[in-house]
Structure formats: structure tokens, C-alpha cells
Ligand binder design. Structure first.
Ligand code: GSH
Length: 69
């Protein structure tokens, strides 16, 4: 089984749903990683998005896209 092409880094109430809707509309394969609000979780997440902002989208090939708007 191959891994989904996209990984959505999300948190409820943080605008992640807009990106999820776009992925669903596109029929893209993706997984969601939920980012907790704890300082430890946010610090670990900064390895994905140094700004610490949610959402972010891991792309095929390993790049990460932020600024969902
Ligand atoms: N311009 C960004 C804004 C992202 C953003 O500010 N997300 C907020 C949640 S709604 C956030 O992560 N706040 C946590 C922080 O700023 O540390 C986008 O459209 O994706």
C-alpha cells in the first residue's frame, strides 16, 4: 500500500477545514495529522512549519505549503 500523497496538518477551529474541502473536491489521497495546542506539540510542529501556523499541507515530494488562503 502506498502512502497518501498529501498530509494535512490540522487543528479544529484553525481553518484546516478549507484545505480539507479542497482536497476532497480534488479527490486527492491525504491523511490528517492533528496538532494539539500544547507548547510541546507546537514546538514539534515547528519542524514542519517554522511559523507554527496551522494549517499546513505536506506535498508529494516532501515540500510543505502554508498560507492556506
Ligand atoms: N495566513 C495563514 C494564517 C494561519 C493562521 O494564522 N492560523 C492560526 C489558527 S487560525 C494559527 O495557527 N495560530 C497559531 C499561532 O499563530 O501561533 C493561512 O491562511 O493559512
Amino acid at each position: 500500500m502506498t502512502a497518501p500523497a498529501y498530509r494535512l496538518y490540522a487543528r479544529h477551529g484553525a481553518g484546516s477545514i478549507a484545505v480539507q474541502i479542497a482536497l476532497e473536491e480534488a479527490g486527492a489521497a491525504y491523511e490528517v495529522t492533528w496538532i494539539a495546542k500544547t507548547p510541546e506539540a507546537v514546538e514539534a510542529y515547528r519542524r514542519v512549519n517554522p511559523a507554527g501556523r496551522i494549517p499546513a499541507l505536506g506535498l508529494p515530494g516532501g515540500a510543505v505549503m502554508s498560507e492556506s488562503s
